[in-house]
Design a protein around this ligand. Structure first.
Ligand SMILES: [Zn+2]
Length: 303
């Protein structure tokens, strides 16, 4: 990057080091890089290693090695979330100073029980909608287990470039006041993503559609923190025969450098684009960018 020149498009791929890359994560990586290349933008890699218990030793290095072997080249230094606690802390303090967050002592069980008592069928999308128990303060003698952000009773509207459709989400109905920080020191994914996307000046978030449900929460935090909103494009995740998202937990095979070209062609097909038939990685990438550029994925966001 020339000093002072900020590209108009900055995209990113943000894997969690819970295991090596597999066919599913390759689709998200490929889509994000093709969109960046097609827009003559920059493409960054961020390792989301904020959850040590879920991490697999050596997975970060393995992922970076696999990306290189498949012809991915980040346009900047790889960022590790584990080194960025001070930034999350700063955003957290900003929200605390605004009175936007509060401590909560509720256990998962208590939240589930309270939802049953109130007869509220508010358990949707496998997430418990927090009923706001500690909004006005925790009960005497209780200690905080987490900090939650106060969700306003408004609808978040956002456009998905991939689906070419608007989403309208009432956060208070769907998730309620959500957790930003746990007492054991873990930062919530939603806060870390928003802080990092902003700090890395990401203009376009391209990722698997398993994260569609996180988008409204992230936009809400951007609004509170006064950050600009990036564009969003979600691509279909790869599922196994049971319809489960392909993951290490469901037995996905690690990508093998020896069959890089074949894996990339399959990922391209999954995105609905014809295979390139290229004899090498270089020609694969130029062919794939051309296909992406001519496809429906390039639809611009409405003004
Ligand atoms: Zn609570």
């Amino acid at each position: 990057m020339t000093a002072g020149a900020v590209p108009r498009y900055i995209g990113r791929f943000a894997p969690s080091p819970t295991g090596p890359l597999h066919a599913g994560s390759l689709v998200a990586a490929l889509a994000s890089r093709l969109d960046a290349l097609a827009h003559h933008g920059h493409w960054l890699v961020r390792i989301e290693d904020l959850d040590p218990p879920r991490e697999v030793a050596g997975a970060s290095l393995k992922i970076l090695e696999q990306l290189r072997a498949h012809g991915f080249e980040p346009d900047g230094e790889v960022v590790f979330q584990s080194t960025r606690h001070a930034r999350y802390e700063a955003a957290f303090e900003q929200l605390r100073a605004m009175g936007a967050i509060y401590p909560c002592s509720c256990t998962r069980r208590e939240i589930a029980d309270s939802l049953r008592v109130h007869g509220a069928a508010r358990e949707r999308h496998d997430e418990l909608v927090y009923p706001g128990t500690c909004r006005q303060g925790m009960a005497a003698g209780r200690t905080a287990r987490a900090w939650r952000v106060r969700v306003a009773d408004t609808v978040i509207d956002w456009y998905d470039r991939g689906r070419r459709t608007w989403f309208h989400e009432a956060l208070s109905d769907r998730v309620g006041d959500f957790v930003l920080h746990r007492a054991d020191g873990l930062w919530a994914y939603q806060l870390a993503v928003v802080v990092d996307d902003h700090q890395q000046a990401v203009t376009d978030v391209v990722r698997g559609d398993d994260l569609i449900g996180s988008t409204a929460r992230q936009i809400y935090l951007q609004q509170l923190l006064g950050m600009p909103r990036p564009g969003y494009l979600h691509v279909p995740v790869v599922t196994d025969r049971q319809g489960e998202k392909l993951s290490k937990q469901t037995g996905a095979q690690a990508l093998d450098a020896a069959s890089a070209l074949d894996s990339l062609e399959k990922a391209l097909s999954h995105l609905g684009l014809p295979e390139t038939g290229a004899p090498n990685l270089e020609l694969f990438w130029s062919g794939a960018v051309q296909r992406w550029r001519e496809s429906h994925w390039m639809g611009a966001a409405p003004a």
